[in-house]
Design a protein around this ligand. Sequence first.
Ligand code: SAH
Ligand code: SF4
Length: 351
Amino acid sequence: MKRKNLLGLSRQELVALAVEMGERPFRGKQLYHQIYRRRIFKWTEMTDLPVAFRERLARDFRVTLPSVANRQDSSDGSVKFLMELEDGLRIESVYIPEPSRDTLCISSQVGCGVGCTFCMTARMGLLRNLKPGEIVGQVLGVIQEKLLTPGVFNVVFMGMGEPLYNYRNVMRAFQLLTDPEGMNLSRRKITISTSGVAPVLEKMLGEEFTPNLAISLNATTGELRDRIMPINRKWNIEDLLNVCGRLYRDDPRRRLTFEYVLLKNENDSDRDAVRLANLLKGIPAKVNVLPYNPNSGLPHSRPDPERVQRFCRILTERQVAVFVRKTRGDDISAACGQLAWLRSEGVGIAT
Ligand code: SAH
Ligand code: SF4
């Protein structure tokens, strides 16, 4: 029988496992520290644990990270990793160095079933959800590559997949990432980006601890959003903004991020900018404008820099905080919306 992979189990689950094996609970805690705090994945190297316990663990269990199947370095310092999972499926994670703090962009699903017309991941369809271990495994894997300083980086769920369609596993990963006894990342340094799964956002209203949220709005009329983001036919702009308006009510310091992919002649007019400012009235928000990253075969194009500027100016004039997301890693197809691994193409990274 194949040994079970322990990566992704929580502190409580490892304690329960140790007890089940006839050990005292603190052995489970020690095991947890080895994996998530010290990042030791080989039984022989877990020298804090008694040899006999390790030998018994080794018989039935292992701790395995997703393996790095390919690495591409961009001229701007970003690095895209193609990670292979145990069933052979592949996902991508992108390391983005920044002067203030590095960011790691991770995936929550293999592919995505939402079907946005501007996004390459949509072309894969949804293959499956990632397990908690496969989500934190991306972070641990990139730390192993010596790119990230443990505990001091941002994590954004902006890679492949719709995180709120894999909510349970994403939140389990969030707990692992932020546990002070383990990976110890600040909750404020973790952001989930969603295409707008309103009922799950509604559920988040009741959670004690939540990551930052980024909402991919991308259109200001129902007609356009229906067309470019089919999820809008389930939960429209009004439903979405209704729950957004209530999300950070108890914490006036927090602000929601709205992402807006600018598509030439589709959603980039002056009227769109005015409508966007009006829609966000009353919501503590900032807007991240993402000029469209071209994907071959997709029916969109990027507006000229002057148009991007004008769009932003209209927002600023209406007191909306706006940032233009700098495109990173586009020479290796690692920018937003360019992550895809199309099996039909064999090798892996599609452009
Ligand atoms: N599924 C989630 C997270 C992954 S997509 C979501 O949709 O929010 C991360 C971000 O990339 C989203 O804001 C999405 O709108 C944006 N994006 C997708 N394709 C893009 C493209 N071609 N150019 C620029 N941004 C894109
Ligand atoms: Fe899925 Fe997000 Fe891409 Fe839409 S933009 S297809 S939700 S990954």
